[in-house]
Design a protein around this ligand. Sequence first.
Ligand code: C2O
Ligand code: CU
Ligand code: CU
Length: 420
Amino acid sequence: DDEEGVVYTVRAQKGKTEIFDGIETTTYGYNGSFLGPMLRLEKGETVKIRTINELDENTTFHWHGLDVPADADGGPHDVIKPGEEKIIEFEVSQEAATLWFHPHPEGITAEQVYNGLAGLLYIEDDNSKSLGLPSDYGKNDIPLIFQDKLFDDEKQLNFIAAMNDDGTIGDTLLVNGTLNPKLTVDKEKVRLRLLNGSNARNFTFKLNTGDSFVQIATDGGFLNEPVVLKEVTLAPSERAEIIVDFSQMNSENDLALVNEDGSILLPFEVSNQSGAVSTIPGEMNDFSLTEEEMELPVTKKVELFGMMDQVTINGKKFDSERIDFTQQQGVTEVWEIYNKPDEMGGMIHPFHIHGTQFKIISRNGEAPPENERGWKDSISIEPDERVKIAVKFNNKGVYMFHCHILEHEDNGMMGQVKVE
Ligand code: C2O
Ligand code: CU
Ligand code: CU
């Protein structure tokens, strides 16, 4: 492994973080004690990333949503042992998007992410730089990782105690690892890059004033045009970029992003400063789902089933030695994902495929909602819902597909597709 040309070094580490005043909480992080740095990549560049495991347990480095050869994907086969490292190299071939990275070791992914291993990865391209969207990092272009955690009496993260039937559920919300955050903004349009980084919980984002906002991007890129919404729901691992126009709002309103139940996700303080004047372009991308793709027959069927540790895909649990599907490189196939209910009714499973961005053809036979007409790598599927997606892999190798409730994934709700 040649170190020359390494763009980023990413170390998985264990450390102490002051989440609560004056108290040290043991956490995991990349290049620090909690969460990770934002990695910015450019479309077209060749990237070398040096990954180092400084933990005392196995880990992997997975780039969620990145279209990379399987040997750079960091799936469960790519174990980096404690003290070891690996340099990966790939070309950034996909368009501008907000992606993320997290570990993926077999059976312990949920706990490592829960302890803090997660970071954002932005891809920029000529289009993203020319659209005139808010892009002043930390000022009007804000990275936001939402995660729920449960702390014990000593204010330590307690994965076991947080475990519910279907994954860890916390009573404490952290945004970018911060307790009780507040975002101060100027009177301008502000782009919020939302990531649901929770293990198992869904979030519905809306403004407490009932005002609308626009969604400009899905998991894998810009929507063709901004979609006006009053709320957007993200399942674990899903992203949405939204723009909130603060130019007409003031702080007396106690403005906040709130969840479905009204609980506060992120309060805002609007300063008296007027910020940049920007317009959101009416046309942002040329995403399309062709007639041809819509008419392709279903060639892969995926049945999601079960709850708790009784979760399966097509009746099976993950077996690292078993290849569930094969697909040709560069050939689009239609996958049909069905969430089969049980006697109890069943539950939502967010379905994710590695190494690709796919297109949603239909949900229960209907066109997807406007804010899902863009590149996706994860899709939330309701009980008894049947979705069709057009899937193409640009690279070869073995990739995972799984439920992104990480405890379901660790319980075997995962399969492998070999791209030849
Ligand atoms: Cu976020 Cu297997 O992925
Ligand atoms: Cu992934
Ligand atoms: Cu699931």
